[in-house]
Write a protein that binds this ligand. Structure first.
Ligand SMILES: [Zn+2]
Ligand SMILES: [Zn+2]
Length: 356
């Protein structure tokens, strides 16, 4: 597969380093983008990787033996127990601490949605160096593997959705797609196909590689120490409450919100854009994951920076990227023209498409 992967896409379209160009109008896609998206069905970079469609279809569902990673089972059990305890502590937290916890939730979620997902996995817009640094710090607060690994897994997910090469293959059920995939060893097909991916854009991004190099330290500081200690330092909240509510409960909520995109949004909801794929439009997931629940649209048009045709509606991440463009920190937002969306919905949708 690697030999068929063109390397030009990422290297030619991403500029590293600062820039001050302001572009307020989203970049529109062409007919060709839609065609390729339709052929490949779920590609992260459809117009350059249409030649992979054959391989998508040849992958089958031959499950390898499941090898449980007990360390992860214990860690996830402890984390979720601690989060429930954090929930019990919520009434004893001050209003400032609760507000701080919400801020940490949104900040860390943006590190995943606007950062690892829409910027680094899909290259659906361009970000200046200061914004990339901001998003990398936010991403460390989310502690969902470093940007490089997250983006690699996500590209594999799009290319090989609902097959053995999909890291969180939803055809193996809700539990596997949600959290189970992190509790067992990766299917050999995931590793095999992940290694074949063209990732030079990520390797050439100094912010991505710096975060990867210092990932553990950055997680300890951003995901645990700062969320727990800032309330104690600034308004004398107890460290205990800060740690269990702002750090552990908040971390667990962001994790589950992200996982819902892989589980619920691959199972429940309408398919207005492409009825032949599993991903669905799920408003609850859109709300929880600050805009990532419009998943039928996203898998149909993965290069659209908004992951939805409805702008900022239930989509805080799109609002954030728009704001960054106004501030001159982002540019070149890629967008699918509405005529193309309508035509696609008419051609392959389930008939539930609405215009708002
Ligand atoms: Zn995606
Ligand atoms: Zn998906």
């Amino acid at each position: 597969m690697s030999s068929t992967l063109p390397g030009k896409f990422y290297t030619s379209r991403h500029s590293h380093g600062t820039f001050a160009i302001r572009q307020f109008g989203p970049v529109e896609m062409t007919e060709r983008d839609d065609r390729c998206g339709g052929t490949l069905r779920a590609s992260a970079v459809p117009e350059d990787e249409c030649d992979l469609s054959q391989e998508c279809e040849t992958l089958t569902h031959s499950h390898a033996p499941v090898v449980v990673v007990w360390r992860n089972v214990v860690l996830m059990s402890v984390l979720h127990t601690a989060a429930v305890y954090g929930l019990v502590l919520v009434p004893s937290a001050s209003a400032y601490t609760l507000l701080w916890t919400v801020c940490c939730f949104v900040f860390s979620a943006l590190g995943v949605t606007a950062g690892a997902h829409r910027l680094w996995s899909h290259r659906s817009y361009k970000a200046s160096l200061p914004l990339r640094i901001f998003l990398a710090i936010a991403n460390s607060m989310a502690f969902q593997n470093d940007i490089y690994e997250w983006s690699r897994d996500h590209r594999v997910h799009h290319k090989f959705s609902e097959t053995d090469a999909d890291p969180h293959n939803a055809s193996r059920g809700f539990f596997f797609a949600h959290i189970g995939w992190l509790l067992v060893k990766k299917h050999p097909k995931v590793i095999e196909n992940g290694q074949k991916l063209e990732l030079s854009d990520l390797k050439n991004d100094r912010v991505v590689m710096f975060q990867r190099r210092f990932y553990k330290t950055s997680v300890v500081v951003m995901c645990f120490l700062i969320p727990a200690m800032l309330p104690w330092f600034l308004w004398a909240e107890s460290l205990w409450v800060g740690f269990f509510v702002s750090a552990l409960l908040r971390y667990t909520l962001v994790l589950n919100a992200t996982w819902l995109v892989n589980s619920a949004a691959h199972m429940w909801g309408n398919r207005p854009y492409d009825v032949t794929i599993n991903p669905r439009e799920n408003r609850f997931v859109a709300f929880s994951a600050i805009g990532e629940g419009f998943h039928n649209y996203h898998h149909t048009f993965p290069y659209d920076y908004g992951t939805s045709e409805f702008g900022c509606k239930l989509n805080l991440t799109t609002g954030f990227i728009d704001l960054m463009c106004v501030l001159g920190l982002a540019k070149d937002r890629r967008r699918v023209p509405s005529e193309l969306v309508m035509a696609r919905a008419k051609r392959t949708g389930d008939g539930s498409h609405r215009s708002g």
